[in-house]
Design a protein around this ligand. Structure first.
Ligand code: HMG
Ligand code: MG
Length: 307
């Protein structure tokens, strides 16, 4: 079994993590979170989304957040853009990388971006074209890949969206297990089906941890050669249009998994744990990451031992 020697973690905490947060999170806190994540070694940090503030109020300050981030030279800060209005706002804000997003199911597509899958593909074409013209990289991310009765799931996995997104000019596609019902076998089947249509190295995994299976699903994906994963510090998050969905797999858990497999993601785990503690305190929660909790308990034990 050969695992990828390099893995890219896409930190989605500032966007996916905070978008569903009921309590207001200030622009200052969002910007400081992104700064801390960069300092911990994350090289791709999804900063915000240029979406309708009526649909996702927590992301209403996307332009202010993006303007205020201190951009590190070796870090990219992709943003989500569901339509041309969002893309134009992202472009004006100075974004260098964007992601279009729809959904792999008709019902979810309507809930998420208020149109059918076919309409969304029509909408995406000009955005990808405009991104290319402006020398901006564009990824595609599709929620609702995993949860569905078997037949419908197969239908989703065979969707023309995957090859279409790449044909349009997207550089990678991210498969979203939005409500986290995936298991390693289901994840393998999903990747196998999608990889019949698009190259493996263009596929990223975006797994929520609702049922505690996300790390196992990442391991299954690594075994199949997937080398890009979205995760969120402290396991923040959820999706406003997927009831009961908990946060993404925690970045701390992914780093621990990778380290155990001998894969260096270039991230300072202690600094990441501190960042998770800090943002969790800002939103009055405990970090959801089990790895973070274990490290914090060990730190407390060591501190007590040396007292
Ligand atoms: P719509 O209501 O059909 O849009 O929403 P519209 O074009 O009819 O416009 C309605 C109003 O919104 C207008 O304003 C527009 O100007 C404004 P009004 O005239 O009423 O004052 N508007 C915008 N404002 C700011 N930015 C924009 C924008 N577009 C229109 N970009 C729309 C369609 C796509 C806008 C809406 O459905 C939307 O914003 N959806 C975003 C939903 C979202 O952010 N979902 C979460 C992200 S996806 C996710 O979390 C899953 C993921 O993590 C993967 C996984 O977990 O599996 C990626
Ligand atoms: Mg998500």
């Amino acid at each position: 079994m050969t695992l990828p020697s390099k893995v890219r973690i896409v930190e989605v905490g500032p966007r996916d993590g905070l978008q569903n947060e009921a309590m207001p999170v200030s622009t200052k806190v969002k910007v400081e979170l992104i700064r801390r994540l960069g300092a911990a070694g994350l090289k791709t940090i999804e900063a915000t989304s240029f979406v309708s503030p009526k649909w996702v109020p927590q992301m209403a300050d996307s332009a202010q957040v993006f303007a205020a981030i201190e951009k590190l030279p070796d870090v990219t800060y992709p943003v989500l853009t569901p339509n041309m209005k969002g893309f134009e706002a992202a472009l004006a804000a100075g974004a260098k990388e964007v992601a279009i997003f729809g959904a792999a199911s008709e019902a979810f597509s309507r809930k998420n971006i208020n149109c059918s899958i076919a309409e969304s593909l029509e909408r995406f074409g000009p955005i990808v074209e405009a991104a290319r013209a402006a020398d901006i990289r564009c990824a595609a991310t599709f929620p609702a890949c995993s949860a569905a009765p078997t037949k419908a799931r197969w239908h989703r996995w065979r969707s023309p969206m995957w090859p279409r997104s790449l044909e349009m000019g997207c550089h990678e596609i991210s498969l979203g297990d939005t409500i986290g019902t995936g298991t390693p076998e289901k994840t393998r089947a999903m990747i196998e089906a999608v990889a019949r249509r698009v190259p493996l190295k263009k596929i990223a995994g975006h797994y929520h941890d609702t049922y505690g299976m996300a790390a196992a699903n990442i391991y299954a994906s690594l075994q199949m050669g997937i080398g890009i994963f979205d995760s969120s510090v402290a396991g923040l998050g959820g999706c406003p249009y997927a009831a009961g969905a908990s946060g993404n797999v925690a970045t701390e858990d992914v780093v621990w998994l990778l380290t155990g497999l001998g894969i260096d993601a270039g991230i300072d785990l202690d600094a990441l744990v501190d960042t998770g503690v800090w943002i969790s305190a800002q939103i009055k929660r405990e970090p959801a990451s089990r790895v973070a909790r274990a490290i914090l308990a060990r730190r407390a034990m060591n501190a007590a031992g040396s007292a």
